[in-house]
Design a protein around this ligand. Structure first.
Ligand code: SF4
Ligand code: SF4
Length: 390
């Protein structure tokens, strides 16, 4: 894999600027000469859940639109896909496509939204954390994968960029199962490298939308950067360098140990220089490869169980005390009046992070946990995975 990384300064999600920036970046890494008319391209966006585009948690529709427009000019057929956390069902996908602006992109472009729920198991004999990986089957229907991720600093997992975006190819609830098995950030990184190793025969290009990034503390921060590379680890290394993180505390060290990248010469920049994007006060966590993902054993044991379930409140059983609304960390619970003038709690699932504090905190035990329907669809695969790992 070439270690060329294209960096472009963009200070807004203005559609007119983005298309020309994407064209320039494609040309910088020669992607425009590799993509041929009538090829099928999977645009693997970042859609962890039903969030609004301005949350900066999901791929921004303006960037997706810019990439789709350039691909369209090259004469390819494009399909947008990702698997959100928790559920991988058609109805949930449709709600995520709508909320994140992907439906609008598809409606105004010559591209499809993925509704293929099939999954595929790929053997990974060289895997460090898994000897078999389950991914979305759509990867087998395309000629090229364009991995379009976001730049985030995550409370549990530290730096998330291009390689972490590939975790989205793991279907729905299986993500929680896998995270539950990983003790440290280093373990999770090895699993990401296993995924990338499993896809080594595919033609993959990588883009990071860092126009607005997420820094530590879940705060949005302008990084004004559109980055692109054929080499997923070179791309991450360039951003890790910009953010001021030490390679030895990140996936770059592990990718280098497994000979996917040379840590002493991780990338060559084309386009704007690295220093254009440096921010001295970009907030980071002091994490390394040995940092524990789960805070304690009890939480670790409960992690997968809790992630299968969502809180529900029946309005006619709620006492209207508003305890749940006060303890909800994301303000997902609104107190409303029913037709009899009685207060009840109403959960906005687009804000809910399934922490289950409302379930634990309701003094009247009115909040119940319900297993999402989509979980049962993956049940057999998850059991098989458990058997293989024993
Ligand atoms: S599970 Fe957590 S985030 Fe969701 S509504 Fe309950 S307290 Fe709020
Ligand atoms: S804590 Fe329980 S009873 Fe009180 S408002 Fe919330 S759901 Fe209703």
């Amino acid at each position: 894999m070439k270690n060329l990384v294209s960096l472009t300064y963009i200070d807004s999600y203005d559609n007119s600027k983005i298309k020309s920036a994407v064209e320039q970046a494609f040309s910088n890494i020669n992607l425009d000469s590799i993509i041929k008319p009538n090829m099928k391209v999977l645009l693997k966006v970042c859609l962890p859940g039903s969030m609004q585009p301005d949350s900066a948690e999901t791929s921004h529709p303006a960037i997706v639109q810019g990439v789709v427009d350039v691909l369209s000019d090259l004469g390819v057929n494009c399909i947008i896909a990702d698997s959100p956390y928790n559920k991988y069902t058609v109805s949930h996908l449709d709600s995520v496509y709508f909320d994140t602006g992907m439906l609008e992109v598809a409606n105004s472009s010559n591209c499809e939204l993925n509704h293929n729920l099939k999954i595929v198991n790929i053997n990974t004999p060289n895997g460090v954390k898994a000897k078999s990986i389950t991914l979305l089957d759509i990867i087998n229907d395309v000629d090229v994968i364009i991995n379009l991720g976001k730049i985030k600093i995550d409370e549990k997992l530290g730096y998330l960029g291009a390689s972490a975006n590939m975790f989205g190819l793991v279907p729905g609830e299986m993500k929680s199962l896998i995270l539950n098995r990983m003790n440290t950030i280093g373990d999770f990184n090895e699993y990401l490298i296993d995924i990338i190793d499993a896809l080594k025969d595919k033609l993959i290009f990588n883009i990071l939308d860092g126009v607005v990034a997420i820094e530590a503390g879940e705060t949005q921060r302008m990084l004004s950067c559109l980055a692109m590379s054929e080499n997923i680890f070179s791309l991450d290394a360039s951003i890790i360098n910009i953010l001021g993180l030490n390679y030895n505390n990140t996936i770059i060290k592990q990718a280098s140990d497994r000979e996917f990248i040379d840590i002493d010469n991780p990338f060559e920049i084309v386009g704007d220089e690295l220093d254009t994007f440096r921010l001295d006060d970009f907030a980071l966590y002091d994490y390394d490869l040995n940092t524990q993902i789960h805070k304690n054993i009890r939480q670790q044991k409960n992690y997968f169980r809790l992630n299968q379930q969502r809180p529900t409140i029946k309005p006619n059983r709620c006492k209207g005390c508003s305890v749940c609304s006060r303890i909800c960390p994301t303000n997902a619970i609104m107190m409303r009046y029913d037709k009899n003038g009685e207060l009840y709690a109403d959960i906005d699932y687009s804000k809910c992070i399934f922490c289950n504090k409302c379930f634990l905190g309701c003094p009247y035990m009115v909040v119940k946990l319900k297993t999402p329907l989509g979980f049962k669809k993956l049940h057999k695969t998850i059991n098989k995975y458990n058997e293989e790992e024993k």
